[in-house]
Design a protein around this ligand. Structure first.
Ligand SMILES: [Zn+2]
Length: 528
């Protein structure tokens, strides 16, 4: 804590201190809330709260999974820098300061009632909290514990962090809530959707139809309604005890959930598409200042902590990679574009990184490369490409006739294929990333005459993706290999490289989990 002493100042004497309440509903997609345009009755209580608050229409999470995303909210750093990486089980780096540590050193009481698991104490999330209670259970149980604590400690400034996995799989809404969303489901799926069932569906072992897919979403929505019931109870308590206007309230989530947008259902942690990264962010200022403001501009999880210290009158830390949202809330025009870096960590050396501007997204695979010549290329007899990619995808097409094509790598035969007169995709994986010469040779003589009349064409793909979100919000049309986008892709890539490579905290040793934590993660569907 020594490092904190010079970095943080207590608010100026005479200024009233406001409380801070941060609520994170794990796995809550922004577009399933009424105030974000959802047509079903998931969130009447949160919708009412949003009218007294500032609603950020495009809030981007820094990871599609619980631990790294929450750590970004708590430290204002991207995952590569705060070090809390899910797949490698790394805790928040001890070299960075957390929200609770800042608030506690400013004299706040610091308490949390949360769902544990990936926000458990083992990962360092309890740092700075005098009380950090982790348990499974519905949001209503956290709210009961919160109200109980508030009744006993009403006179002191507090920072309270509430978190629940109620919306996370298993989707298990309380009795009576599902019928608000469906009354006529006749399929075979149960009223509780367990992680094991979702895994079977995603592995293709269990086929579902459209009605089943709708049912799964309805059960998820019913869980949101249950959270909303408890949220309403908490707001009523804050209102009746006059705490509401003396408290800065931040309502958000750590990531969304996929429902079929990219081939999986009831799943997160696996991609960097918007259904996993767009989260709700609703901020109620003390005294409901800036009420009913809607901010369309893109903001990020790392902007939450700088906003908190700004509104509460504390000092910023050098580690902050985000910046305060106060200017946007006050509708001041000038605000730089806030590009969002999101990272999907794996057990590989480097995480998969995405950079998102308001209208573009670039997802850069860990072993990406720029094709020598973007777009489709054609040849008559033989062509060579030099690449250090670990994985090549070659969509090939033979023109006019069926044709035999031979592929060699560094002069050694790899594969021979017969190309029908239509597209066929060849995948060639390599074990390591080093420079190779890949040659593609047509064994069938080319009979086309003249320039511009190809016999065989091919295109080089890799795991990188680029989307124009203004034309393609569903991220279905990967334009990474489109020559017309090259300049923009390179600009985003340079920006991403600079943001990711800037100094971060050194990594800690992986976390050893006790039996209870392992059980908790298993119940949430995380296999060992
Ligand atoms: Zn989560």
């Amino acid at each position: 804590m020594i490092a904190l002493c010079h970095a943080i100042t207590i608010p100026l004497a005479g200024e009233p201190k406001h409380n801070l309440l941060v609520i994170s509903i794990d796995t809550l997609r922004a577009d399933h809330l009424g105030c974000y345009g959802y047509p079903k009755p998931t969130t009447p209580g949160i919708d009412r709260f949003s009218r007294e608050s500032v609603l950020f229409r495009t809030a981007i999470a820094h990871a599609p999974s619980t631990e790294p995303s929450h750590a970004s909210i708590f430290t204002s750093m991207i995952p590569a820098h705060h070090g809390a990486l899910r797949a490698k089980r790394m805790p928040i780096s001890k070299k960075v300061v957390t929200m609770a540590e800042i608030l506690r050193s400013a004299g706040y009481r610091t308490v949390s009632f949360n769902g544990g698991g990936q926000v458990g104490a083992s990962y360092g999330f309890d740092r700075g909290f005098e009380l950090y209670e982790s348990s499974p259970g519905r949001f209503s149980e956290k709210v009961t514990a919160a109200i109980d604590w508030l009744e006993r400690n009403a006179d002191e400034e507090f920072f309270m962090f509430l978190h629940t996995y109620e919306v996370h799989a298993p989707y298990d809404p309380p009795a009576g809530r599902l019928k608000l969303f469906e009354t006529d489901y006749k399929g075979a799926l149960p009223g509780v959707i367990a992680p094991g069932l979702l895994m079977k569906i995603n592995a293709g072992e269990l086929q579902i139809d459209e009605a089943d897919a709708r049912h799964i979403v309805n059960v998820y929505d019913a869980g949101i309604r249950s959270v909303d019931d408890a949220f309403g109870k908490l707001m009523a308590h804050l209102r009746s005890t006059q705490l509401l206007d003396r408290t800065l309230i931040v309502f958000t989530s750590d990531h969304g959930e996929e429902f079929g947008e990219h081939g999986q259902t009831g799943r997160h942690s696996h991609t960097l598409y918007d259904e996993l990264l767009k989260v709700p962010l609703i901020v109620r200022m003390p005294g409901a200042r800036f009420a009913s403001t809607v901010v369309e501009r893109q903001v990020r999880g790392i902007d939450i902590l700088p906003t908190v210290v700004d509104v509460l009158g504390l000092e910023s830390l050098a580690q902050f990679e985000g910046s305060s949202l106060r200017g946007l809330m006050a509708r001041k025009k000038k605000d730089d574009e806030r590009v969002a870096v999101s990272q999907l960590d794996t057990t590989n050396e480097k995480p998969l990184s995405a950079i998102r501007s308001a209208t573009r997204k670039l997802i850069l695979g860990p072993h990406s490369f720029v094709p020598l010549q973007p777009g489709y290329q054609w040849f008559k007899d033989r062509v060579e490409i030099v690449t250090d990619a670990r994985y090549l995808m070659l969509p090939m097409e033979s023109f006019h006739v069926q044709r035999t094509v031979k592929i060699s790598v560094d002069g050694e035969f790899v594969r021979q294929v017969v190309l029908p007169p239509r597209k066929q995709v060849l995948s060639i994986p390599f074990q390591t990333s080093e420079k190779r010469v890949v040659s593609i040779e047509s064994l069938t003589p080319c009979t086309s005459t003249g320039e511009g009349l190809p016999c065989v064409s091919f295109r080089v793909f890799n795991p990188s993706e680029y989307f124009r979100l203004d034309d393609d919000p569903g991220e279905q049309n990967n334009l990474f290999a489109d020559a017309a986008q090259r300049a923009d892709i390179e600009r985003l890539q340079t920006q991403l490289d600079a943001l990711v490579s800037s100094a971060g905290a050194a990594a800690e040793a992986p976390v050893e989990l006790d039996a209870r934590s392992r059980e908790r993660l298993k119940a949430l569907g995380y296999a060992e």
